[in-house]
Design a protein around this ligand. Structure first.
Ligand code: APR
Ligand code: ZN
Length: 384
């Protein structure tokens, strides 16, 4: 049971609330009573309202991406500031925020560079599962519980560093804009910032889940004339076509490697290829699907921990470019609130990227939908 209300706003009390705890990989999440410590200096405690289930959360639960466990997963969340620790200047109780798996400290060499966004305070490449001060704010059954990427959203309350929160418009509907915390910027930014897709181009998108679908939308918005979608789950095809995919390929049903089929379909290869699955073999297939001389391949999928990407360098020599980005290259605290404004002004319609909604308690059902069905994104509602 929750022991405080928003009205108390005191940053010294521990909150007891419900959270989905991942005790180990390859097991369902367990809904538990957890204790959430008050925010320390530079930190903010948030009441989570809505949280999306992302492919990365699934990779972690399936043991492909290693993070410290037991942990509270989830990194795509919309919430309301409950209390702030000492020294927090940009947020106050009641503010609406999105959690940011990639922070923006605005001080490091990458944040200060006009092109950079990979903040030095990130917790993605070698996740510590801890706050920036090296400790955790979660306890369950007397045990320390780790955070995920400084976010942890599958919980009624979480604590995040101020630099890992984007303050958003008060009018933003939380169940809709939560996907602007990861799925949408990752996909849109891959196209608009990283690849810079040009009108009339041919694109191929590997993976038609949440990120791939956002990529498809952005390719279409960039004026791509042909968008080839690749997925082994054909239940994803109707929605992909509705978003702009012109040709769907299921590699399991092809007689040749998918890159050879893309070459035949296009004559020379795609101008832009995107990998939004997170497998080495599809990363290489994406690269080989690009036109020589000027093709651009952008890898957005997160490969299993410890894997190595290898291919004949002669694939690159003719002038192909291999790129990647985190959160689509957006400086998160600056860029993501602008995407929320674009959403509120109806410049972008990202509602089509949310296909399922479930109460928080059914989080395991949400993972099942993501793995097996026609789900693009499932959003969990913590407090209806
Ligand atoms: N070939 C083609 N498609 C595949 C394959 C494969 N071998 N394996 C899986 N897929 C498809 C799935 O059917 C699914 O539609 O890839 C899609 C992945 O989508 P989601 O599970 O919704 O994941 P998403 O959130 O889009 O993330 C994709 O980007 O951010 C990273 O870590 C994330 O690596 C993940 C990737
Ligand atoms: Zn994500």
């Amino acid at each position: 049971m929750e022991q405080v209300s928003l009205a108390t706003k005191t940053p010294s009390n521990v909150i007891t609330c419900k959270a989905a705890v991942a005790w180990t990989a390859n097991a369902p999440l367990s809904i538990e009573e957890v204790q959430v410590d008050p925010p320390k200096a530079g930190e903010v405690r948030i009441k989570i309202i809505s949280a999306g289930i992302c492919g990365t959360d699934n990779h972690i639960l399936e043991g492909k991406n290693k993070v410290p466990l037991p942990a509270i997963l989830g990194h795509e969340g919309a919430g309301i500031v409950e209390s702030v620790g000492p020294g927090v200047t940009t947020l106050k109780p009641g503010d609406k925020v999105l959690t940011l798996p990639l922070p923006e400290c605005r001080e490091c060499v990458y944040c200060l560079h006009p092109k950079g966004n990979f903040c030095k305070k990130e917790n993605i490449l070698s996740p510590t599962g801890l706050m920036l001060d090296g400790t955790s704010r979660f306890t369950c059954r007397g045990k320390k519980i780790y955070h995920l990427y400084g976010t942890s959203t599958f919980t009624e309350y979480t604590v995040a560093d101020e630099i890992a929160l984007a303050k958003i418009d008060d009018a933003a509907p939380m169940d809709k804009v939560c996907v602007l915390g990861c799925e949408v910027p990752t996909g849109f930014g891959a196209v608009f910032n990283t690849a810079q897709v040009t009108p009339g181009s041919t694109c191929v998108v590997f993976g038609l889940g949440g990120i791939g679908s956002a990529i498809v939308m952005a390719c279409k918005a960039s004026g791509a004339s042909r968008i080839i979608g690749v997925d082994i789950n054909e239940q994803k095809f109707p929605r992909a076509r509705a978003l702009g995919v012109t040709d769907c390929l299921n590699p399991n049903k092809l007689k040749k490697p998918v890159q050879e089929v893309v070459m035949e379909m296009t004559g020379i290869g795609a101008d832009f290829a995107f990998e939004a699955i997170g497998l080495i073999e599809t990363m290489v297939a994406a690269l080989k699907s690009c036109v020589m001389s000027y093709g651009v391949c952008v890898i957005m999928g997160v490969a299993p921990s410890g894997s190595q990407l290898s291919f004949d360098p002669a694939e690159l020599l003719p002038g192909r470019t291999l790129k990647s980005s985190v959160m689509g290259g957006y400086k998160t605290r600056d860029g993501i609130p602008k995407l929320v404004t674009d959403y509120l002004q109806k410049k972008i319609n990202t509602d089509v990227l949310i296909t399922h909604k479930l109460p928080f308690e059914k989080v395991n059902e949400g993972f099942k939908l993501l793995r097996e069905e026609n789900c693009i994104r499932c959003v969990l509602t913590l407090r209806p």
